[in-house]
Design a protein around this ligand. Structure first.
Ligand code: TMP
Ligand code: ZN
Length: 404
């Protein structure tokens, strides 16, 4: 086993999900025979606090022309990134009016920067979503972010006044390569904004299904501050957002340029005091995952015995971990409804549960619906009141298994 990807220290494994397919590798029947699997396990580092995958499949296997996750499928996320775009534009230094987004997906954020006529570059290696961004007028580089790309960006536009990576840095295996690139690209008075699911919230909610191939790292302020300090960068502010099950947005600048806010010292103190980085916390987390699995399977088997129709809602990347680790089969969940055209008509990775359009759900409501997109619960439950009015009930498994 290699060492920690931030500080090289030996890793402490704490959960082993076994053999797993890629979270976003939705497939057709013809592709069942040569499905790709890897070993999904997570570990933590006592020195810097980074929670991380022990191994990650090659990036090109995950992020390519078949990548099917489009940020725009959630109205909530679209509004969230429109607000971030407005903040970035308002904070741009006069001498560096250039915005770079690492992992720009379908252009949900940068389209607002493009509409404001501000020079920008979206870096997005997954051709499927990069094409969708280009169609919106977002200037998109269909590549991975690395040192060579940074030189080209600086040659074309100069240094960036804002660099943003939302739900992107957590996907990166080579952290030092990317942070080194950010250090070079960021203008002296520029701000880098990093946003990702927060490990403290994953633990608090037992949101174990955030752990899958694409998420190489599960950040905290402790681990990110350690990483940035190694590159002479500093986190000067941090804010909490209730998206993707609980996220933190970190504001980073060149060392010595800004004074850190109370939010930074406060979160650092809470992380130290909480016992988040103790063997007991990781062991308790692992036990809660297995409890969730046993309870959920008992519930689904009970419904099967009573011949209730159970469907899934949201063929999410996260659900791949839950479905395959717990052993949920098409006998227990007959199909999963999803609004993404690229996923419809395919089967889920590993378990091969059919993915159908929303009409399959709304046209004939099942008795129960497992909410695999639990992070969008507020948005979805408000919209689907006709389902519960018809007598249907939701099954949630985060923070614990319950019906409502
Ligand atoms: P995410 O949890 O990784 O954001 O993925 C959300 C998935 O759920 C995506 O495939 C789109 C789907 N989805 C729906 O089918 N209906 C919805 O209302 C929402 C918000 C998402
Ligand atoms: Zn470390």
């Amino acid at each position: 086993m290699h060492g920690c990807r931030i500080c090289q220290s030996p890793l402490e494994p704490f959960v082993d999900f076994g053999r797993m397919p890629l979270a976003n590798a939705f497939l057709t029947r013809e592709q069942f025979a040569d499905e790709y699997f890897y070993h999904l396990r997570a570990a933590w580092c006592r020195r810097c606090g980074l929670v991380q995958l022990v191994e990650q499949p090659p990036a090109e296997r995950m992020f390519n022309g078949r990548y099917p996750f489009f940020t725009r499928t959630s109205a909530r996320m679209s509004a969230h990134f429109a607000a971030l775009a407005a903040d970035l534009i308002a904070g741009l230094p006069d001498n560096a009016r250039f915005v770079v987004e690492i992992g720009s997906n379908d252009g949900t954020l940068l389209r607002h920067v493009a509409d404001a006529g501000i020079s920008h570059a979206g870096i997005e290696p997954s051709a499927s979503v990069a094409r969708a961004a280009t169609a919106l007028g977002v200037s998109t580089w269909p590549r991975f972010f690395d040192a060579g790309l940074v030189s080209e960006l600086i040659a074309a536009h100069g240094q960036a006044g804002a660099i943003v990576a939302a739900n992107a840095l957590s996907h990166v295996w080579d952290l030092h390569g990317v942070i080194g690139g950010i250090k070079t690209l960021l203008a002296p008075d520029g701000t880098c904004v990093i946003e990702d699911p927060y490990w403290g919230d994953v633990v608090a909610q037992t949101a174990f299904d955030q752990i899958y191939d694409e998420h190489a790292s599960y950040f905290s302020l402790t681990s990110l501050a350690y990483l940035f300090r190694m590159h002479d960068l500093e986190i000067h502010d941090v804010a909490a957002f209730d998206v993707h099950g609980g996220s933190r947005r970190y504001f980073i600048s060149h060392a010595g340029r800004r004074t850190a806010t109370r939010a930074v010292s406060g979160l650092r103190e809470r992380e130290q005091a909480s016992g988040l980085f103790t063997p007991a916390a990781f062991e308790a987390f692992r036990q809660r995952i297995d409890n969730t699995g046993e309870t959920l399977l008992r519930l689904l088997r009970g419904h099967q015995a009573r011949r209730l129709r159970v469907a899934g809602y949201g063929a999410t990347s996260k659900s791949t971990t839950a479905i395959n680790y717990f052993g949920i089969t098409p006998e227990l969940v007959e199909f999963i409804s999803d609004t993404t055209p690229e996923k419809q008509g395919t089967f889920t990775p590993g378990a091969h549960i059919p993915v159908r359009p929303h009409e399959a759900f709304a046209g004939r409501y099942p008795d129960r619906a497992v909410l695999f997109s639990w992070n969008h619960a507020t948005e979805i439950l408000a919209r689907e009141q006709a389902f519960t009015a018809s007598g249907g009930r939701w099954i949630l498994y985060v923070p614990q298994v319950h019906e409502r």
